[in-house]
Design a protein around this ligand. Structure first.
Ligand code: NI
Length: 145
């Protein structure tokens, strides 16, 4: 972890009051941690937008009785150009499956992959969460086939 530098910022009073309410609701203990998270979020978004290497977790809830869906999900993972680091599957009940796919790749390819899977018929719910922690800017093309 790198050294912490103390800095001061000026904000309009109403903006600061709103910010304090928001971070209170979210459970932050202080403004610094909330501001650090916002800044980190911004850089993750920027890394995605500029197509740098990111790591993502894609959560899917789907109906495995939907014809061909399980095969489509497996094929998509085998054909993904980046790296599928891990997949966890939970049979929630008779019908529903929960799958968490951990992916690495260029920002755009991770997003495209997630959008494709989330839009498949039978996928009821899901979300992609991205981070750039532990991903060096040059590590996006290390995969070999
Ligand atoms: Ni299942």
């Amino acid at each position: 972890m790198s050294k912490l530098i103390r800095t001061g910022i000026s904000l309009e009073q109403d903006l600061l009051e709103r910010f304090d309410r928001m971070i209170g609701q979210k459970g932050y203990g202080n403004r610094s941690e909330a501001i650090r998270d916002l800044v980190r979020d911004h850089f993750v978004e920027q890394d995605v937008a500029s197509n740098r290497a990111v790591v993502g977790t894609l959560t899917l809830v789907y109906d495995h009785h939907q014809p061909k869906l399980s095969e489509q999900l497996i094929d998509a993972q085998h054909n993904y150009r980046g790296k599928v680091l891990a997949t966890t599957h939970v049979h929630l009940d008779h019908r529903n499956c929960l799958e968490v796919i951990i992916l690495k790749g260029r920002g755009m390819e991770v997003k495209k992959f997630a959008d494709r899977l989330l839009s498949l018929k039978g996928v009821q719910h899901g979300k992609l969460v991205l981070t750039n922690a532990g991903v060096s800017p040059s590590s996006g093309h290390e995969h070999k086939h």
